[in-house]
Design a protein around this ligand. Sequence first.
Ligand code: NDP
Length: 470
Amino acid sequence: MDTYESLLAAVTAKNGKTNEVIDPATGELIGLAPVHGVDELSDLIDKAAAAQPAWAALSDDERRQYMHRAADAIEASAEALAELLSREQGKPLNGPNARFEVGGCVGWLRTAADTPLPVETLVDDGTTYAELHYRPIGVVGAITPWNWPMMIAIWQIAPSIRMGNTVVIKPAETTSLSGLALAAVMNQALPEGVLNTISGPGSVIGDALVRNAKIGKVMFTGSTPTGKKIIEASAGNVTRLTLELGGNDAGIVLPDVDPTAIAEGLFWGAFINTGQTCAALKRLYVHDSVYDAVVDALADFARNVPMGNGLEDQNALGPLQNKKQFEIVDRLVESAKASGARVVLGGNPERDAKGYFYPTTLIADIDPQNDLVIEEQFGPALPIIRYTDLDEAVAQANSLEVGLGASVWSTDIKRAREVASRIQAGTVWINAHGMVDPRVPFGGAKQSGYGMEFGVEGLKAVSQPQVVSG
Ligand code: NDP
């Protein structure tokens, strides 16, 4: 069982090149993360490749038991992991935040361990016999972002190791300690060489990881522009990819809703992790007949959700994780204000403060083509667009190049499902938004990426299918 101090000591750099990791709530230094070079990466990939055959040779049951022991190790150090995550990422300990994320790691790891993937008999008609096996690919390269640095790491690691692959993982630079700490705790239970960590800039280490010929598959979550670079870098070796590239999720509120009843669900759909979530609600289309009531109910709820330093128990919203993201949100809200949109709440950050806090912001009566609507804000500022014609709202929801998630809000489930069928997104939730589940496949449409994570589909995605015939 680790304490915050022992975890931090285990993952901070002892020598060599380092990167300063800053607490986004205070601007203070948390610790120094190692910055590795491409030679170290190459050695590490060799180590992962050398360990892979023995890991794959274990029975499925033996690998599953290792995964459950790794989940036990996370549970034993859960409080220390949550504290490090809160300090480094900024998300509060409480609410759907740091403790929730560490708990999610345990849940996803155990579910990936227990999801069955039997050999499939494809044809057995007396003359032809063919069956489909899912073999390991080899070494999986995992590249994670800074918004859910532990949970997304588990999404990439858990199915990979279950299927007999070994993993080399590179966390985002601004949250490397969280990724390194999670792996260190899991490695208390896993055999040497199965889960390996490297840290350094994405443009150097991430790129070299994707280009290495011994990497058979890359799991990536991050921005669409970086995803496109990874596609190019993967071409040389025809490396398999799963790309989760975020989005700009639309929610459509139909005229039959009870505004007060949906306010909480709308709020957390948009503001979970202070809006820094790939499948968060990022633009809300509300029918004119309920528009004012929905805006008021949402504002009433939002006003009462405390934002502040994540280590203080009462807070449920934190700072933005980094300055670059603060500046993106600030620019987009300023563009909305300049266009004459109505600021219902927030929109007035303290730009000179040490922490990257951006207040909870609701912007109403906004032009559907405003930058805050059509660009991903990835922060606590929700544009609320008025519509009268549902077909027009669906067309606007579908008008962007991305399509990760979406939601429809209505008391008429049949009607909501019909609207859902017309939306171009990997997942459409009804009366909720962003409710991912380890048993249910998750992935994007259009430029939100390709490949599915979670459930049986997620296991297949980190496997080499092989037909055995005859
Ligand atoms: P990036 O996509 O650049 O970063 C994600 C990961 O990719 C990080 O580990 C990064 O490393 C790594 N990386 C960067 N360049 C390369 C490369 N050439 N090859 C391989 N790996 C690379 O996201 P940003 O942090 O720049 O965020 C920008 C925007 O992306 C945000 O504003 C938001 O809109 C979106 N985003 C979406 C996320 C999602 O969940 N889908 C998560 C985070 C951001 P390093 O950190 O060292 O640069």
